[in-house]
Design a protein around this ligand. Structure first.
Ligand SMILES: [Zn+2]
Length: 147
């Protein structure tokens, strides 16, 4: 599937929300990674039998991605409810040692679950978390300014 590259983490996060917003009837999933000085976003096929309620990322897609890029997080969307991780999300994140980034269509907000055992560079994860917090702050600021 299509690969998107950008040097700015903010653009990478915006791209993930765009991909999520593009499908309203099923959860999207994909991978965020890095290579040299650019970030990479790859949307993956949700192979779940019930893609409206859950996502399953093809493990082969992850292996192929990992061969080429340094993974930062796995992302998926929630089309119902908010951006809080489900029990399944937490379990899968802990088992794969990969941070799970969730974007909720209802709240337009992100959440990152960071597993106890981490298989990726913590500095890259922190940078992503920081940017998400900054985006939230900007959004609230804009709302306040518009009142
Ligand atoms: Zn989820």
């Amino acid at each position: 599937m299509e690969i998107y590259k950008t040097k700015q983490i903010k653009r990478a996060i915006d791209k993930i929300s765009e991909i999520s917003e593009s499908k309203v009837s099923q959860e999207v999933c994909g991978l965020l990674g890095k290579k040299k000085d650019y970030y990479v976003i790859q949307e993956c096929i949700n192979i779940s039998e019930t893609p409206r309620d859950q996502f399953v990322l093809d493990p082969i897609q992850y292996v192929l991605f990992k061969n080429e890029y340094e993974p930062i997080a796995l992302f998926h969307s929630h089309i119902v409810g908010d951006e809080s991780p489900s029990d399944y999300d937490i379990l899968m994140s802990e088992n794969s040692c990969l941070p799970f980034m969730i974007y909720a269509l209802n709240t337009k907000a992100f959440y990152i679950h960071v597993p106890k055992n981490l298989d990726v560079d913590i500095e890259l994860v922190k940078k992503t978390q920081y940017k998400i917090e900054e985006n939230k702050h900007d959004k609230y600021k804009n709302i306040r300014n518009n009142v």
